[in-house]
Design a protein around this ligand. Structure first.
Ligand code: GLN
Length: 305
């Protein structure tokens, strides 16, 4: 039977070196409509062979062994079904931290680093003993990035899913941050005592429910829908969060809230209905307004400086 175009083992025929294998896989991924086929092929082959980029280059002229081909094949098949490389490998770099991810958590995006930048831009003293709260923590990416930058801070990450809280806890342990991070299961901030938080962050679900199926298959099929679905207009989570933000922050405390494209003014308006003043709307690297920073009533400097 002739090999089908999606049969990764088809590349095992012909004059084969690691370099030609990478080229063949790149072509195959490109034909399947995958956006970064060369990098993806390199990551998958590198993971199967335990070689980094330099290692792949150094060994490019030798043929892969049968065992190596057998290890590569299932990874490529998963990618052809549009599973993201990060999920296939179970890890994602965020804010230079190596995070483990699993099916229970949103795959952290580079856009979300805007939230970390926004917070750090408002922090007066990086060595102060801040309390940080991350609502809907998922992999723990936001909280752990902040704890890595604020060495005296402690933090709580809340997630509605037990398995997500466990994933975040595991990341904290691996990154050496477990003694400053607590992960609990809860419905947004309901389980957290009020008026104690210096810095609140959240990347809530904000995609309009009816739009989820129009997102890239990597997102629509593989990110947990509870982390994407923001209800009919995408703003349900912000409606639930806005009164809690005001209640949870100490006077002068700040909340940095990720928003979807086009949502910044609506979210700012929702937050402004409570005792919150909008301090900044920060754009991501693509120039999209990505993070709304709100401050609780009085100046941050007096409370957290
Ligand atoms: N940024 C994600 C996306 O649009 C959505 C994440 C979220 O809803 N918080 O792919």
């Amino acid at each position: 039977m002739p090999p089908s175009p999606t049969d990764a083992s088809a590349v095992a025929v012909g004059p084969l070196s690691i370099a030609t294998l990478l080229e063949a896989l790149t072509r195959q991924l490109r034909q399947a409509g995958i956006q970064s086929p060369a990098a993806d092929a390199r990551h998958l082959v590198g993971a199967a062979l335990s070689l980094d980029r330099a290692g792949l280059l150094a060994e490019r002229d030798r043929p892969p062994t049968a065992a190596e081909l057998a290890a590569i094949d299932p990874l490529v098949r998963r990618r052809l079904k549009r599973e993201p490389v990060s999920r296939i490998l179970g890890r994602r770099e965020f804010w230079s931290l190596d995070l483990h991810i699993d099916a229970s958590v949103l795959d952290p995006r580079p856009d979300t680093e805007t939230v970390v930048q926004a917070v750090l831009g408002h922090v007066v003293d990086r060595h102060a003993r801040y309390t940080v709260l991350d609502l809907g923590t998922g992999s723990g990416c936001l909280l752990l990035a902040l704890l890595s930058e604020l060495p005296a801070a402690i933090g709580i990450g809340v997630d509605i899913r037990h398995d997500a809280a466990a994933c975040a806890r595991d990341n904290a342990r691996r990154l050496g941050l477990a003694d400053r991070a607590l992960f609990v299961v809860g419905d947004w901030g309901k389980a957290v005592l009020g008026e104690n938080v210096h810095i609140m962050v959240t990347n809530p679900p904000y995609v309009a429910g009816s739009e989820i199926d129009t997102l890239m298959p990597e997102v629509a099929r593989f990110d947990p829908h509870v982390a994407l679905d923001g209800g009919e207009d995408g703003l349900d989570a912000y409606r639930a969060l806005a009164p809690q933000v005001a209640h949870l922050l100490r006077p002068g405390g700040i909340a940095a809230v990720e928003v979807g494209q086009g949502q910044a003014s609506s979210v700012a308006e929702l937050l402004s209905r409570h005792t919150l003043a909008i301090a900044e709307v920060k754009a991501d690297l693509a120039g999209v307004d990505r993070c709304v920073v709100a401050q609780n009533r009085v100046g941050m400097r007096s409370e957290t400086g």
